[in-house]
Design a protein around this ligand. Structure first.
Ligand code: RIB
Length: 306
């Protein structure tokens, strides 16, 4: 039987513009292209876990606009169980306005829409889905009380609980940490959570130490081209990133999280799961868009470092 990953999180329609560079405040730039692409951190992580070998259920909420069915259908087409994706009346679906520049950097503004309606009460109604999970993944694009409920319920049920604290601009509620098996922030999120600057392996170690002291089980700080730092309370391990030519880094972090979760769920060890997630994320940055960029299991298995 395939291992089961349940994602509690967001679905966004990404409105993506490519431009030579990111605009400055007050500036109008002429862009090079525009595309409407299914995204959202939760949905991207669900797609990554599904393409990378897990059986996946999504718990989320869209609005009652035209984007809602498109976002849901994109997940169903990946074989993801969407019975716990609700529709909120009178609100838009989540959207993300994304600009990607010629250096593959991006800037993103999100509007929660239906994601903001996913309540703890809705989660209680989907408890059977949580009970069915091996691994539960959460991010921060749905209401904080909903994330807090999902983490604690996951812990009560004895599931492996992953929090990707994205986006983050402030420390997490202190009482969340005891429910988190794997906390997976990027540099800026690790900095927001710990209050420490994080821009190097050394500073990532300091932040991870602080987050473990706060109660997180294990911490993986993703550092882009510098790879990932793993901390488990016994020590640290650095995993260098596979070298690729980046075109668009959107959803690279999501691909890492989904790939790591899928590998863990099928019983791989942590080091192997981190390397697997890193290869998947590296492949994703060579392709444009969020969900269209996420590789399949065969792509990761066939990856050869250039
Ligand atoms: O992590 C990438 C995602 O962030 C995009 O798909 C966008 O929807 C935003 O949520």
């Amino acid at each position: 039987m395939q291992a089961k990953v349940v994602v509690v999180g967001s679905l966004n329609m990404d409105l993506v513009t490519r431009a030579e560079r990111l605009p400055r405040a007050g500036e109008t730039l002429v862009g090079q292209s525009f595309a409407t692409v299914s995204g959202g951190k939760g949905a991207n992580q669900a797609v990554a876990a599904a393409r990378l070998g897990a059986s996946v259920s999504m718990i989320g909420c869209v609005g009652d606009d035209a984007y809602g069915p498109q976002l849901r259908d994109a997940l169903v087409a990946e074989g993801i169980d969407c019975q716990a994706v609700s529709v909120a009346a009178g609100v838009s679906s989540g959207v993300a306005l994304i600009v990607v520049d010629d250096n593959s950097q991006n800037a993103i503004v999100i509007v929660a829409g239906g994601n903001g309606c996913l309540s703890p009460e809705m989660l209680k109604g989907f408890d059977a889905v949580l009970q069915d999970a091996d691994v539960i993944i959460c991010q921060l694009e749905v209401p904080m009380d909903t994330v807090g409920y999902a983490l604690k319920r996951g812990r009560e049920l004895g599931k492996t609980v992953i929090l990707n604290p994205a986006p983050a601009s402030a420390p997490l509620p202190a009482d969340w940490y005891a429910s988190i098996d794997y906390l997976i922030p990027n540099e800026s999120e690790a900095s927001a959570l710990s209050g420490l600057p994080v821009d190097s392996l050394e500073s990532a170690r300091a932040a991870a130490t602080q987050l473990m002291a706060a109660g997180a089980g294990k911490v993986i700080v993703t550092l882009g081209a510098q790879g990932s730092l793993f901390a488990d309370g016994q020590g640290f391990a650095h995993f260098p990133a596979p070298k690729v030519k980046a075109l668009d880094t959107t959803a690279a972090g999501d691909t890492f999280v989904g790939g790591f979760a899928a590998a863990l769920a099928r019983g791989q060890g942590e080091a192997e799961a981190i390397r697997f997630g890193q290869v998947a994320a590296a492949l994703s940055v060579t392709r444009a868009g969020a969900q269209p960029s996420i590789p399949h299991l065969s792509d990761v298995q066939g990856f050869k470092s250039p």
